[in-house]
Design a binder for this molecule. Structure first.
Ligand code: AMP
Length: 412
């Protein structure tokens, strides 16, 4: 299947070609014709599958006709984090280069007034995080009655972050007749309820998790001491001895740990930068830019800040802390092996094994899937030990193949 068979406009096809894409990914193949046919779409897919282009490209085709009116956006995209919102904006800039579109980003942490003046001029595409969007609405600076198409992206993440009441409110503020595209990686009951309430006869499009991004990586668990300084010491050792490390993301569970570890790494002479939710937006953007441009080697990050970020060519992922949730593990290690790149070792460095952590935090099913996602057999190492798991590298793909090897995490 080629892009030209999907019904996209000439301008959009030219942009796709300029981006160097030759074949649509499965989610693009399945979703784009339905979006163009104005159907509601329920997409079960996570980042790394090409889902951003799956909604951006048909939206651009649709937006070629018609004009935006002051304060009345024509389309609205909701994202859970500022970084994801900014990334979607970049997609519109890249694919929409040949079109005169007004795209506005309405996210927290940056000037309200600049956003307001942009809204006043009229926007074709409004990309927003829920809180800041509602701020504008409550101040009477924004009307949602002109929204023809609503995208809710990373809905399960919105749930984790407590945004569901905001999403429900926003869904009631946009016209009943709008088209809705809803993307989520998992379908917990609360998300199912929302889809039943707000989607009208949706086409369900499901692609497997980017299993190959996991299958093409090697995973290790490294033994360390219990104390934080032991853990940091082990991490430094592992980084120094890592083969082929060009750049890496180091995940911590808490913002405080991100800041502490970042300070420590810098003190020990590493080229590192931090990314967490307490940093203001310009600092977050600057950190990401520096990392993308390879001006720094290590990005120390929390899940919220780093989820779904499209950072090409990350050679290593280090889990300084074992994540609480299986999905976070999958998302973290999904930063390697993206879009055709084969990844090298993600390592878990933690004083507690994945299984131990899961026993405290979750259900039996959850802990089993965390362990499986990590490729860990259910023999927990001792608290001061970290087990090592390696998977044989397999062929790389765009991360959307249905093949699911031993390392592939189960669907939730
Ligand atoms: P996403 O799942 O939207 O975060 O996209 C993951 C990555 O895949 C991004 O770097 C995209 O630029 C890239 N991508 C999206 N669609 C395609 C395609 N059809 N062929 C190759 N790469 C793609």
């Amino acid at each position: 299947m080629s892009f030209s068979q999907l019904g996209l406009s000439e301008k959009v096809l030219a942009a796709v070609q300029a981006a160097g894409y030759t074949t649509p990914t499965p989610i693009q193949q399945q979703a784009i014709p339905h979006v163009l046919a104005r159907r509601d779409v329920l997409g079960i897919a996570q980042t790394g599958t090409g889902k951003t282009a799956a909604f951006t490209l048909p939206m651009l085709t649709r937006l070629e006709h018609g004009r935006a009116r002051a304060r009345m956006p024509r389309t609205l995209i909701l994202e859970p984090t500022r970084e994801l919102a900014a990334q979607v904006q970049e997609s519109f800039e890249r694919y929409g280069a040949g079109q005169k579109l007004n795209v506005a980003l309405v996210i927290g942490g940056v000037s309200f007034d600049d956003q307001d003046s942009k809204l006043t001029r009229g926007v074709d595409v409004l990309i927003a995080t829920p809180g800041r969007l509602l701020d504008h609405f409550e101040r009477g600076r924004l009307l949602l009655t002109g929204v023809e198409l609503l995208v809710i992206d990373e809905a399960d993440r919105m749930l984790d972050m407590g945004f569901i009441p905001d999403i429900e409110r926003i869904c009631k503020l946009v016209p009943f007749t709008r088209q809705t595209l809803f993307f989520t990686a998992t379908m917990p009951p609360e998300i199912r309820r929302i889809t039943e309430q707000f989607l009208h006869n949706p086409v369900k499009v499901e692609v497997s998790r980017p299993a190959t991004t996991v299958a093409t990586t090697t995973q290790l668990l490294v033994k360390t001491g219990r104390e934080p300084h032991d853990k940091r010491d082990t991490l430094r050792r592992v980084i120094r001895s890592a083969e082929g490390l060009t750049n890496a993301i180091i995940f911590c569970n808490r913002k405080r740990e991100v800041a502490a570890l970042h300070r420590s790494l810098v003190r020990h002479g590493f080229s590192a930068i931090a990314l967490h939710g307490d940093m203001d937006q310009p600092a977050r953007t600057a950190a990401l830019d520096q990392f993308r441009k390879n001006e720094v080697t290590l990005l120390v990050a929390s899940d919220v800040a780093a989820r779904g970020l499209d950072i090409p060519a990350v050679s290593h992922i280090f889990n300084f802390d074992v994540p609480h949730h299986p999905d976070d593990y999958v998302h973290r290690i999904g930063r390697t092996g993206r879009a055709g790149r084969s990844g090298t070792p993600p390592r878990n460095i933690g004083k507690e094994s994945i299984r131990k952590e899961s026993i405290r935090k979750g259900s039996a099913r959850k802990r089993a899937s965390t362990a499986r996602a990590a490729g860990v057999r259910m023999h927990p190492p001792k608290a001061s030990t970290i087990s090592v798991t390696t998977a044989t590298a397999a062929t790389a793909s765009t991360g959307t193949s249905a093949r699911r090897g031993a390392m592939a995490p189960p669907h939730q």
